[in-house]
Design a protein around this ligand. Structure first.
Ligand code: A3P
Length: 286
């Protein structure tokens, strides 16, 4: 990857790389965001299953919510735009915990953090880098993996991001959802999400949501919908057809050489040695 393409697509803010779709002025002003007590933040490191969880929330029949575009997407006018919604706001973001607006924390807004095993996340982000014109170009998987391990990618190090949320995993306003556990038992995870949002659903409502948020259903709809900017969940693109690639657990095996796996596992073991969240992930990435 040339440093030119890297420089064109990304910029650093407080030591973290952001897409130029997030203006520096907006990032600097996030602490002036006027949070409401009933706001819900849908947070993740990119490629962890954010669109999937967003689709679940949008399909809860009695939710009375507005799913907004990401808080860090666009320019300073975003903060005014967010004031215009009268319904309960569900606000997606890829921010790490420390960069979240101050009064989101003070008002103890509900936050759902979605985590996915880092090897599949890296592979998914590699494809995003290749296909998404808002991200720098990258020549090879090996070159990308190097950047990922160094945290030299958009939204920084996966490890630091997850660890920033790990510290808050027991906060009563934080729910952690795992991509792999959604794949295993989606109904159970839909229940977790609705209970957390204090919404009760019948089993038949849950079954309907399960059908609506299947990978195939979402992928087919995304191709039809393509660039509806009012339905943007990830600050890195409004083109949903870039999002739905394979939707499986364990695709990393097709990418990592034994040497790359070893280097990754060493870093994982070192960085995540005190992490309880990591215990949910080792089975899928070791
Ligand atoms: P892959 O690239 O591995 O296929 P995000 O929404 O955070 O950008 O994450 C995108 C990843 O979630 C992609 O992973 C995408 O295919 C996967 N995904 C999106 N919707 C899904 C669904 N309904 N079921 C399973 N995986 C889904």
């Amino acid at each position: 990857m040339s440093s030119l393409s890297q420089a064109n697509a990304l910029h650093a803010f407080q030591g973290m790389l952001f897409s130029t779709t997030s203006s520096e002025e907006l990032l600097r002003s996030l602490d002036t965001f006027d949070a409401r007590e009933d706001d819900v933040f849908l947070v993740s490191y990119p490629k962890s299953g954010t669109h999937w969880v967003a689709e679940i929330i949008e399909n809860i029949p009695s939710a009375k919510i507005t799913l907004t575009s990401p808080i860090e997407l666009g320019d300073i006018s975003k903060l005014e735009e967010l004031k215009m919604y009268s319904k309960r706001r569900v606000i997606p973001t890829h921010l790490s915990y420390n960069l979240l607006p101050l009064n989101v924390k003070q008002k103890q807004c509900k936050m759902i953090y979605v985590v996915r095993n880092p090897k599949d996340t890296a592979v998914s982000l590699f494809h995003y880098y290749r296909d998404n014109p808002c991200l720098p170009s990258v020549e090879t998987w090996a070159a990308f993996l190097e950047l990922f391990l160094q945290g030299d990618v958009v939204y920084g190090s996966w490890f630091d991001h997850v660890l920033s949320w790990e510290e808050h995993k027991n906060d009563k306003n934080v729910l952690i959802i795992f991509y792999e556990e959604m794949k295993k038992d989606l109904s159970e995870n839909i229940k977790k999400i609705t209970t957390f949002l204090s919404i009760s659903l019948s089993d038949s409502d849950i079954s309907k949501i399960v059908e609506k948020v299947s990978f195939n259903e979402m992928k087919t709809n995304a191709v039809k919908e393509k660039c509806d900017t009012s339905h943007t969940i990830c600050a890195l693109t409004s083109n949903r057809s870039l999002v739905f690639r394979k939707g499986v657990v364990g695709d990393w095996i097709n990418y990592f050489t034994p040497r790359q796996k070893k280097a990754f596992d060493e870093l994982f073991t070192e960085k995540m040695k005190h992490s309880k969240l990591a215990l949910h992930l080792v089975d899928y990435s070791m």
